[in-house]
Design a protein around this ligand. Structure first.
Ligand code: ADP
Ligand code: MG
Length: 208
């Protein structure tokens, strides 16, 4: 079961991870974007962590909603509204509960990822964060269908997201700022796919 305390630990972990990985993500964005992705993610999750510490949400849905609103408010660029949409769509799927079971974890991640795809109008292969989200959600479902518990599901999702991130390397970007580069976007990892792989690795470390 993924409890409210575990969801809070996930956001705290993301604050630490994005602070640590700020330069890595910004370097990826310097190659095919505008060198702000690490700064955006570090700022957003520091603010989200602060928000849930200052006003501890009463249930999982309220926590996800608070994170969403903070990300949308504090992160500029494409990634703020996209990650904000993930948490905003996931919130009502989780609902006003103290813990989420395996089916609920699959449902909330699937709804959140679908929200990003809809908002960004991206599909797998466009060289965006969806290249990590798509396989991750598939892996969650496959793991649960095979009888996996929340920890197994998130381990599979984190591995699939990392593979999806790596698979962006040879692609030409078809969405977002990197798409302006055309062929020159080839040979670089997509920064948003890298931040999504970190988000799912942190979910595995904390939620399971
Ligand atoms: P910006 O591109 O505005 O500077 P960031 O650098 O924070 O914003 O985020 C860039 C990342 O956002 C990209 O690496 C990509 O993964 C993701 N992204 C951009 N546009 C889209 C889109 N339409 N759909 C999905 N993801 C997108
Ligand atoms: Mg950028």
């Amino acid at each position: 079961m993924a409890t409210l305390a575990r969801f809070a630990a996930w956001i705290a972990r993301l604050d630490a991870v994005y602070a640590e990985q700020k330069d890595y993500l910004t370097d990826l964005d310097a190659a095919i974007g505008d060198a702000d992705h690490g700064i955006n993610m570090a700022r957003g999750f520091a603010a989200a962590h602060q928000a849930i510490v200052a006003a501890p949400p009463a249930d999982v849905g309220a926590l996800l909603k608070a994170v969403a609103m903070t990300l949308i408010r504090t992160v500029g660029g494409a990634s703020g509204p996209l990650y904000g949409t993930f948490f905003l769509r996931a919130a009502p799927v989780a609902g006003a509960v103290a813990e989420v079971d395996a089916a609920g974890v699959e449902a909330l991640f699937a709804a959140g990822a679908a929200g990003i795809a809809e908002r960004g109008k991206a599909v797998v292969g466009d060289k965006t964060m969806i290249d990590a989200w798509g396989p991750a959600v598939e892996a969650l479902g496959a793991s649960r269908a095979a009888g996996g518990a929340v920890a197994d599901m998130l381990a599979a999702a984190a591995a699939a997201a990392a593979a999806g991130r790596d698979a962006t390397l040879p692609l030409v970007a078809r969405k977002g700022r990197a798409s302006y580069l055309g062929e020159r976007s080839r040979g670089h990892i997509d920064p948003g796919a890298a931040s999504t792989a970190l988000l799912l690795a942190a979910a595995h470390e904390t939620l399971g």
